[in-house]
Design a protein around this ligand. Sequence first.
Ligand SMILES: [Zn+2]
Length: 174
Amino acid sequence: MPLRKVQRKRFIVDTMLGDLAKWLRILGYDTLYSRNYTDSQIVRIASKSRRIIITMDRGLCIMANKKGVPCISIESYDIRERLAEISVKANIPLVADPSRSRCPVCNGVLKPVYDKSVVKDRVPPKALESHKVFYVCTRCGQVYWEGSHWKNIKRVLEEARNIAELIIEKKLKR
Ligand SMILES: [Zn+2]
């Protein structure tokens, strides 16, 4: 049997879950999101590009399942709880590594840049001085670095992991 490359899960997120889409991109998952998608469009795109649908709309999940498209329904409103839910339901680890992240704005692939002259016009001088590596979106050109916001990202993910553990414990007790 030919060896198959392990494909990372890919997602398409419904119009109500834009915050979750950004987080999935930070976690490194190819995630489509648009405010303009209709339900049937989401199902069509998911089917064509083999994506898992994430939604708060049970009706959309029923429609997707009828067409054989995998769908995860999210019930929480808090981002930590949402991340915990998706982690348990899609079996994805809540660990962020900036070298694997995607652009939270446009889903583009990030490219590490070590040459500061390349990004100097797009990064504040202080950040330029204190970081060795920057990540540039290959699609929209946005520049990222592991600044103070990255600490915040790690904290939110840690809290979400704790919630995920509680969900798993509860399931085991049942
Ligand atoms: Zn981008």
